[in-house]
Write a protein that binds this ligand. Structure first.
Ligand SMILES: *Cc1c(COP(=O)(O)O)cnc(C)c1O
Length: 429
C-alpha cells in the first residue's frame, strides 16, 4: 500500500495545525501509524490521495447511515445552496425539521437546533441547571458528551484514547460540579444521590455507551436512572448524539422504551453537515430565550444547507419501509461472521453489538459490560488489528474505544469482505 502523499500531507499539516488534525483521533496516534488523507468518498468506498480504496465502517464517526455522498442528500444541498447559504433569519425548513424531530423522537415536544453535538450537550445542561435551580450534574466514567469543560472529567472517545480523560484547562470550579458514577452500576448512582441530596440538576448518559467502545446498558439500568431522577427532582438527559436515528427512528429512547426529560442529538441529524439539536418537554424547553431567561444562540444555527441535508436524511429514514429491520439484518450478519472468526482462530476477544453499532474488544475478559472491563483491553493488539485491516482495504475506527458503524449502503459484498479481512487479521495476531 503506497501512502506517500498522505505522509507528505501529514508532515505539511503539522506545521500549521496542532498535531496536523482538527479533531484528535484523526491523527491515528493510538494505532501507531500516520493518518490517510481522503480525496473522495461515495457509498461505502473511501479513496485516499494516493489512490488507495477502502470499504468504510467509520461513517464519519456515525453520521453517514446512508453512506457517503447519498444522491438525495446531495440534491437537497445543491438546491438549497443555489438559494443562498445563510440568512440568520427564520426559514420554513427549520420548522419542518423541528416537526419531524418531534414526531420521530418520542420524548421531544420542542427542539432547538445548534451546530454540533458539543453545543447540544452544553446547552442542555445549562437548561437543566436553570430549570431545577441546581448546579451539579452526574455523568458516567468513560461516557463522552463533547468537549465542554464540565464534561472533560473521566471522559471517553478521543480523550480516553489519548490518555487525557481529564483535560488541563478545565477549572476546579467546573470539575467540582461534575459528579461521577459507574456505567451499569445503579448502586454507584444511588450513592452519589445520597451524598448530594437536592443538589443534582441532571444525570446525563449515553443510553448505549459508544465512546468507550460499545457497552450496552444492562436490563433495568436505564429504568433505574429514570426512577432515581423522578424521585429526586432531577432531569434525565439522554445523549443520543450517536444513538439518535441509529438504533431506531426514535433512537435509544424508543429502542429501550425509556422517556428522558431532555435529549441531545447530532451526527446523523445533519446528513453529514455540522448539526446538533436538543429537545424535550415543552415546559422545560420554554425556559429558553427569547420566551424564557436561559440564553443560548447561534449565528449559523438552523443553517439552510444543514437543514436541507438533515431533512433529506430524516425523511429517508422515516419513509423507507423496514429501514431499521434491514440494517439490523446486515449488522447481525457481520456480528455472526466476526464471532465465528473469533471461535475459529481462538483469539481472546469480545464483540459487543447494539443494532448497527458494534465494537470488537481484544480482552481476556469473558464480557465487556463496564468501563473497567473495557479498560482491560489490549490496545496494542487493536493497533495491529487496525493496521492489518487498513492493508486489506477496510477502514475502521483508529481506536479500541470507538464504534464500528454499519450503514444502509453496505452491500452483502461489503459485509463478506470485512468478515474475510477480519479472519485474516485475527489469524495473524
Ligand atoms: C460525538 C459525540 C458528541 C459530540 O458531538 P460533536 O458534534 O463532535 O461535538 C457528544 N456526545 C456523544 C455521545 C458523541 O458521540
Amino acid at each position: 500500500m503506497n501512502l506517500k502523499k498522505s505522509i507528505e500531507q501529514f508532515e505539511r499539516a503539522q506545521k500549521s495545525i496542532p498535531g496536523g488534525v482538527n479533531s484528535p483521533v484523526r491523527a491515528f496516534k493510538s494505532v501507531q501509524t500516520d493518518p490517510v488523507f481522503i480525496k473522495s468518498a461515495k457509498g461505502t468506498t473511501i479513496t485516499d490521495i494516493d489512490g488507495n480504496q477502502y470499504t468504510d465502517f467509520v461513517a464519519s464517526w456515525g453520521p453517514l447511515i446512508l453512506g457517503h455522498a447519498n444522491d438525495n442528500i446531495l440534491k437537497a444541498i445543491n438546491e438549497a445552496a443555489a438559494k443562498g447559504t445563510s440568512y440568520g433569519a427564520p426559514t420554513e425548513a427549520e420548522t419542518e425539521m423541528a416537526e419531524l424531530i418531534c414526531r420521530m423522537m418520542p420524548s421531544i415536544e420542542k427542539v432547538r437546533m445548534v451546530n454540533s453535538g458539543t453545543e447540544a450537550t452544553m446547552s442542555a445542561v445549562r437548561l437543566a441547571r436553570a430549570y431545577t435551580k441546581r448546579e451539579s450534574i452526574l455523568k458516567f466514567v468513560g461516557n463522552y458528551h463533547g468537549h465542554g469543560d464540565f464534561f472533560l472529567i473521566k471522559a471517553g472517545s478521543g480523550a480516553l484514547t489519548l490518555g487525557i480523560p481529564d483535560s488541563p484547562g478545565v477549572t476546579e470550579g467546573n470539575a467540582k460540579d461534575t459528579l461521577l458514577a459507574d456505567y451499569n452500576d445503579i448502586e454507584s448512582v444511588k450513592k452519589v444521590f445520597e451524598e448530594n441530596k437536592d443538589k443534582i440538576a441532571a444525570i446525563i448518559i449515553e443510553p448505549v455507551s459508544g465512546n468507550m467502545g460499545v457497552v450496552p446498558p444492562k436490563d433495568g439500568f436505564l429504568q433505574g436512572l429514570r426512577d432515581i431522577c423522578t424521585q429526586n427532582g432531577s432531569l434525565l438527559i439522554f445523549d443520543e448524539v450517536i444513538t439518535g436515528f441509529r438504533l431506531s427512528k426514535g433512537g435509544a429512547q424508543e429502542y429501550f422504551g425509556i422517556m428522558p426529560d431532555l435529549t441531545t442529538i447530532g451526527k446523523i441529524i445533519g446528513g453529514g453537515l455540522p448539526v446538533g439539536a436538543y429537545g424535550g418537554k415543552a415546559e422545560i424547553m420554554n425556559q429558553l430565550a427569547p420566551i424564557g431567561p436561559v440564553y443560548q444562540a447561534g449565528t449559523l444555527s438552523g443553517n439552510p444547507l444543514a437543514m436541507a441535508a438533515g431533512l433529506a436524511m430524516l425523511k429517508t429514514l422515516d419513509e423507507t419501509p423496514d429501514f431499521y429491520a434491514k440494517l439490523e439484518e446486515k449488522a447481525a450478519k457481520l456480528e455472526a461472521g466476526i464471532k465465528n472468526n473469533i471461535r475459529k482462530t481462538g483469539i481472546k476477544a469480545v464483540l459487543n453489538r447494539v443494532g448497527s453499532m458494534m465494537t470488537l474488544f481484544f480482552t481476556d475478559s469473558e464480557k465487556v459490560t463496564s468501563f473497567n472491563e473495557a479498560m482491560s483491553c489490549n490496545t496494542e493488539k487493536y493497533a495491529e488489528y487496525f493496521q492489518k485491516s487498513l492493508k486489506s482495504g477496510i477502514y475502521i475506527a483508529p481506536s479500541q474505544f470507538e464504534c464500528l458503524f454499519v450503514s444502509a449502503a453496505h452491500t452483502d459484498k461489503d459485509i463478506d469482505k470485512i468478515i474475510q479481512a477480519n479472519y485474516k487479521a485475527l489469524s495473524e495476531l
